[in-house]
Design a binder for this molecule. Structure first.
Ligand SMILES: [Fe+2]
Length: 197
């Protein structure tokens, strides 16, 4: 097995361990069996190096998980999901995600999608929604979550938040970045769209 494959498989096994320990994740969606690593292109964007180098204010209980994800950063297909004319250039410098597990992810499955999301400090991810039901799991850092039908909350490492289908939400960071898993089930083929709320 190549070094890169080891890095991917290590991240997958850290995530699977997390699934076995957190019923909030396994109750949302079962962790898929027999995930196959595909040969996807890698794509570097401004947050790639930021995640790779992030080692401040980490939760020691999730340090192996965090490190397994940050080590992946140079080898994955980072995306923005939005165009510059929709969100502005500054946002594209502060945000990105990659589909680690999913129909078009590095580990292919049609049972769920797991996106790794990174939002820099002092950033604002504007209101958006999507067809898929979504569970956020915070790996590292901190952010304010606003949603149409829920109270505003500050979430940090190990916290979760559920968004119903088409429930608009927005995310703001201050002095910390935030690294999260964004898990989608049902209708995950439809992408996220900005909303006015
Ligand atoms: Fe979302």
């Amino acid at each position: 097995m190549s070094n890169t494959e080891n890095i991917f498989n290590n991240a997958k096994s850290e995530i699977e361990k997390l699934w076995n320990n957190k019923s909030v994740l396994s109750n949302f969606v079962k962790f898929p069996k027999n995930l196959l690593l595909k040969d996807l292109n890698k794509n570097k964007i401004p947050v790639t190096d930021k995640l790779f180098k992030w080692n401040l204010n980490l939760n020691t209980k999730l340090i192996e998980l965090h490190n397994s994800i940050s080590k992946l950063s140079p080898y994955v297909n980072w995306e923005h999901g939005y165009k510059e004319k929709e969100v502005g250039k500054d946002f594209l410098n502060r945000y990105g995600f990659f589909e680690l597990i999913g129909p078009t992810g590095h580990f292919k499955t049609s049972e769920m999608a797991l996106y790794v999301n990174y939002l820099c400090k002092n950033a604002y991810y504007p209101w958006h929604n999507h067809d898929a039901e979504e569970l956020y799991f915070i790996v590292s850092g901190k952010a304010k979550f606003e949603s149409k039908d829920q109270n505003t909350e500050i979430l940090s490492s190990t916290n979760t938040r559920l968004h119903k289908s088409f429930e608009s939400h927005a995310i703001t960071t201050d002095e910390n970045p935030v690294l999260s898993f964004v898990i989608w089930k049902n209708k995950f083929e439809n992408v996220s769209k900005l909303t006015k709320d």
